[in-house]
Design a protein around this ligand. Structure first.
Ligand code: CTP
Ligand code: CA
Length: 230
């Protein structure tokens, strides 16, 4: 019954989750993007909902059904995703989880007409996209901030670097050099690192279905004390 107050470890919390790839137009018919499936973000949306949270899912172009009871907002580009994120955080958000594989760069100029084939090579100038999670971490009403990373080498060093640079509270990292997890896979294996101020050891989540990993990640949020600080 929707009129009953939610129970669960995230009861009363509003969780905003970014998911999927972003798509950066080059011209009316072409874009730059990546292979993110969105599965991890959608699994987290379900896990947070099951833990009693109100969940807003900011989704790039993915072919996944919206989880029951979750508010979904579709976005295309990184700049769309930033605008939607700011709006969601302005409206009041306790936990911000960034699983989106945001395109790091976009075309400097989007051609108004379809680019015609010419010559033997084509040079595109790309410019850096805004860092959404880093930008939200500086927000006046800063939520508990969770990042994700997929690394092919130096996993712990890079993950901790991102945690600090982006001023996150927690980062979940997968080692994509394994080849059997991540992106399109239904499974994932992650290592979770926390901001030093929590004094928590890293948590290793062994390879499991993304739904199992999502539930473990919700437990990590609670372990870091989101219920104490908000
Ligand atoms: N992220 C973001 N906005 C961006 C780039 C990344 O919000 N423009 C978020 C991702 O959603 C993820 C975290 O930052 O939670 C780490 O993303 P990642 O691509 O690993 O980090 P980058 O800083 O882009 O570093 P690089 O791609 O060079 O490893
Ligand atoms: Ca990146």
């Amino acid at each position: 019954d929707k009129s009953l107050p939610a129970s669960g470890i995230l009861a009363g919390k509003h969780v905003v989750i970014t998911a999927g790839p972003t798509r950066e137009a080059l011209d009316p018919v072409r874009y730059v993007s990546n292979h993110s499936s969105g599965k991890m973000g959608f699994a987290l949306a379900e896990a947070c909902r099951d833990a009693g949270a109100r969940v807003t899912l900011l989704a790039g172009p993915v072919s996944l059904a919206t989880p029951q009871g979750v508010t979904r907002i579709n976005v295309v580009s990184a700049r769309d995703l930033l605008a939607a994120s700011e709006q969601a955080v302005d409206a009041g958000c306790d936990v911000f989880i960034a699983t989106a594989a945001v395109a790091d760069y976009r075309a400097e100029h989007i051609a108004e007409q379809k680019i015609k084939k010419q010559g033997d090579s084509l040079t595109l100038t790309l410019v850096k996209n805004p860092d959404i999670v880093a930008s939200i971490a500086l927000h006046a009403k800063r939520p508990f901030m969770v990042g994700f990373a997929a690394e092919t080498q130096y996993m712990e060093e890079y993950a901790r670097g991102k945690l600090e640079r982006k001023q996150l509270d927690m980062i979940a990292c997968n080692d994509v050099s394994r080849g059997d997890i991540g992106f399109a896979s239904d499974d994932n294996a992650m290592t979770v690192f926390f901001s030093d101020r929590f004094g928590l050891e890293k948590v290793i989540l062994e390879k499991a279905n993304k739904h199992v990993i999502a539930t473990r990640l919700v437990e990590c949020l609670v372990q870091a004390g989101i219920n104490d600080q908000n």
